[in-house]
Design a protein around this ligand. Structure first.
Ligand code: CU
Length: 166
């Protein structure tokens, strides 16, 4: 039970840390990653997807599958993150020549990131997306948004990861 108790204490202490404009040093002190006995990072509770690569997210009807194959730095956390994404189409083959957006969104607080993510095709359905900037701890939904077939509502694949102090 020790791990659970520590988690609750941390959440109570952290509150909405980033929203009040605390310094990075304060954030780092209050957001030390909590790792359970099985090695999972439970800083955000167990609602986040473990950051173990490769990991995939799909659009609602499997029109696209986004697979995060590499990240720099290798742990998702505060600051700028650069991702390598492979995008497969409905046929399961790499989708080249796509134009899509990557939009970080913190659902819990209803806000996005302070930097725009630039997506660049590397080739053969592989794309680089950066900077994915994280400026506060917690669960970040990284939305990969593809143009809808009708040119309207985007098709969205979402990764939910827990950002930690590095
Ligand atoms: Cu926030």
């Amino acid at each position: 039970m020790t791990g659970v108790t520590r988690t609750i204490a941390l959440l109570a202490a952290a509150g909405c840390a980033g929203c009040s404009g605390k310094s990075d040093a304060t954030l780092a002190a209050t957001d030390a990653a909590i790792v359970s006995s099985d090695g999972a990072d439970v800083t955000c509770g167990r609602n986040a997807t473990p950051f173990v690569l490769p990991v995939s997210a799909r659009t609602p009807n499997d029109e696209f599958t986004a697979t995060l194959t590499a990240s720099e730095p290798p742990k998702f956390g505060m600051g700028d993150n650069a991702w390598t994404l492979r995008i497969d189409g409905a046929d399961g083959k790499p989708a080249a020549g796509l134009v899509f957006n990557v939009v970080p969104w913190m659902t819990e607080h209803k806000h996005g990131a302070v930097k725009t993510v630039i997506v660049t095709e590397v080739g053969d359905g592989v794309y680089e997306a950066k900077p994915i900037n994280v400026n506060m701890p917690g669960i970040w939904d990284i939305r990969v948004e593809f143009p809808g077939g009708d040119g309207g509502t985007p098709l969205r694949a979402v990764f939910s990861f827990c950002s930690s102090a590095r």
